[in-house]
Design a protein around this ligand. Sequence first.
Ligand code: SF4
Length: 379
Amino acid sequence: MNSSSSNSGSSSSNSTNIGSKLLARYPFVEDAGNYLKLLDYRLEEFDDPTMSNVIDRATARVVAAMRGVVYDPYNVASVDEEVVSFILACIMVKASKVKALYRRFALSEARRAEVFLVDDFRMNTSGDEMGYILNNIFKGLFAIDVIYSHDHSTFMIKVEDYLKYSTNFHDEYWRLSNRILHKGYVHLNTKDMVRLIRDEIYALIIRRLERINVEYDNLPEALKKRVNALKSMMLEIDGLSSNNNVYVERRGYPPCIVNILKALEQGNNPSHTARVLLATYMLGIGKSVEEVCELFKNAPDYNERVTRYQVEHLAGLRGNRVRYSCPSCSKVESQGLCFKSDECNGIINPLQFGRRHGSSAGRNRMDMDVDEGVGSEVR
Ligand code: SF4
C-alpha cells in the first residue's frame, strides 16, 4: 500500500470527513473504488502477514453472509479497513464461483447498510450527513429524489419512484392506497424508506460482484486459502452440492408453487407472501415441518432457526396453535403469484391441483381448509 495516498490529507474538508466516515458504513457507493485507487492496493500485497487483520475481517463478512446474519454492525473499523475488507470479501466471493454465495453476501451487506441507514436517519440529525446519504446513495445510486422533513422525521418521494421501487412488495402494507399521499409525493417513515431501497442495494452489490474480473488462480496464496476454506464451509453449512442447487421434484405441483420452487433453486429471494404460500401448500399436502424447512435452505437470507419457528407457527405448533391454510387461488392471484395454466381450470385452491390430476403432490391431504387466512413471514 502506498501510505502517502491515504485519506489523511491535512486539507480534508468537512464534507470529505463526512464522506470518509460514511464510506466505512456504505462501502458499496461509487466512491469506494476511487478510495481504493487512492490507497493504491495491489492484490499480491495481501500475502504480507501485516494484512492478515483485514483478510480476517473480509472473511468474517463472508462467513456472516453464509450463516444468513449481518456482519457485526456495531463494530465498525477504520474507513480503510472497512472499505478494503468489503472489496476483499467481494473478490473472495467472486473467486469462489458459488453463485448462491454471491446472493447471500449481497443480501447480508445490504442488510448491514439497512441497519446503518436506519441508525443514521434516527440518531444523526446533522444536515450534512443526511445530505451526503441522500445525495450519494438515494440520488447518486438509485436516482431517487428524496425530500426529508426534519420536523416530522418523514421522507417524501415521488409517486412514480414509490411505485417503481415497491413493485416487488406484494404485502397489503405496501399498497399505494395504504400510504399517505400529498401533492404527488408519498410520505414514508424511516424504516419504510430504508426498506424500499434495501433490495436496490442488494442488486447493486450483485452488479458490482459481477463486474469484478478476478480468477482464483491469480489470487495471492493468502486469499486462495481463505476462498478454499469458505467454499468448504459453505458446503458444510448447506449440505449442498458445489453448484448449490437444491433440486426438488416439481412434477405434480401447481404452476404457482413451481414458480416459487424455481426461484429458490436459483437462490433468489421469494417474497414473504410467496414463502407463506409455499409453506402452507407443502404442509397442506402432508409434508413435515423438516421437509418444508429444507425447501428454504437455498434462499439467500436463509436462517434455520427463524425458518423453523415460522414454519412451525404456520403448522399450528406454536403461538395460538392455529394451523394456517393454503390461500385460495383468488387470493394467490391478488398477490401476483398465480401463473395459471390450463390444468388449473376449475380449481379454487392450489391444493386441488394435484387432486384433480392424480399426482402424488396433492393427494396426501384431501381434508384441507380452503380459506384466505395466511399471515406469517417465512425466511
Ligand atoms: S390457478 Fe391456482 S393453482 Fe393454478 S397457478 Fe393460480 S393459484 Fe396456483
